[in-house]
Design a protein around this ligand. Sequence first.
Ligand code: FAD
Ligand code: 2HG
Ligand code: ZN
Length: 459
Amino acid sequence: MPAAGLLDDLAGIVGGAHVLTDPAITAGYLTDWTGRWTGDALAVVRPGNTAEVAGVVRRCAESGVAICPQGGNTGLVGGSVPPVGMPAVVLSTARLDWIDDVDVPGRAVGAGAGVPLARLERRVHAAGLAFGVDLAARDSATVGGMVATNAGGIHVVRYGSMRAQVLGIEAVLASGEVLRRWRPLRKDNVGYDLPGLLTGSEGTLAVITGVLVRLVPQLRRTASAIAAVDHPAAALRVLTAIEEAGLVVCAAELMIRRGMDLLAEHGHRRPFADPPPYLLLVTVEAAGADLAAALEAAGVADAVLEEGSAAQLWAVREAHTEIIARASTTPVVKLDVSVPLPALGDLIDAVDPLAAEFGARHIPFGHLADGNLHVNLLDVDPARADELTDRVLRAVAGLGGSISAEHGVGRAKVPWLDLSRSLADLAAMRAVKSALDPRGTLNPGVLGMASVTPPGRGL
Ligand code: FAD
Ligand code: 2HG
Ligand code: ZN
């Protein structure tokens, strides 16, 4: 077996039980959440600490074997699975699962890259604080993966995305060296912001092994409502009215009647018996009566309001991804994009006829306050998926938007990078890549970055 020498060495580093080669076990690591992307790997390697990660990175680099870092494998752009036809290992962060004591006065906590978000949230809540990023994949998505993708989620309007939470980072560089900046400082302007650079690097610049994140006060009193609106522009007007009433917005999401119909077909209760064209889900830090008054003043005729966690209202929003995946006859074409706020309605109007032309169903939803729409296209003929993607992303660019709002580029959007970045910008990104990973070992192909140089020694 040509890889035996490499695999023996890797087993020597992480322990034989953590070099997985049984296809029945590795299969789950080789296909992404959407089912659109599948790769090959010599093995899945599960290091238990930073030194082992460094050992794996060094040993793979010696053999010119690519490394695909993987956390919870909930990414939606194909970046978490290895390429096809190239020697590679998946480096799973599952065992980097430590959480430090919460630094309550410093409002910070350190965690291993493989810690799932929900576990971090529970730990931080027990200490009386909260974490500023939340998303529906919380049970599986890891802190390291969320940094690597600069995840957004439902609270960006209040706290910013993942990059805004990162105070420090520990990462293994392609050379095997460990980069560690680990102080809970809110201000630290000494040179390049390397933690910021690694945030959103999608596994192409380093393997993140730990993260030091800032924490925020727990929300003491919240109220949520789903309001009936007839257009995204109306949803934005309601949002503005809520803000002008002095209420602090924690989340503002947009949904559409077609989404409600689909959810109802799959057993979910409709918030309204007769669903309106669009629905605004808003959470504020305020009393329910104040939200009700603001909605009334904004001219909202129909709304369902809940105080506290509003689990039922949020379940409607959070079920979208799963139900859409279940309902589509082919892997869903998922295009996470952003446009200037006033163009949200124009984008939906531009995509609807494209979907019809391709015989697809279009169920958009997303983070209204961030101008972030999740264009979900169901039943697309896989042979025409790229053509439809091209048409949609060109429409997004035409509206002054970005081809990736929060999920990243991965493998899915590489051919369209030039719609969002200039040649000079792309050249600067490639220069960073070749400086930090000159042999192209880390996640080749992702973000359009170079592939591995030929092996320096046998496998
Ligand atoms: P993976 O999927 O394992 O990896 C994602 C990328 O990060 C890959 O390129 C991988 O190589 C790299 N990577 C992972 N770990 C490391 C590491 N330690 N070091 C270096 N690189 C690494 N995303 C949002 O932004 N907002 C949402 O609201 C949101 N909601 C979601 C809801 C559902 C139901 C699902 C399935 C996904 C959702 N996502 C959302 C997408 C996904 O959860 C995020 O992209 C998340 O950050 C991925 O974390 P992960 O641990 O699963 O990473
Ligand atoms: C969300 O906001 C996620 O729920 C997933 O970003 C979006 O399924 C999607 O397209
Ligand atoms: Zn999202």
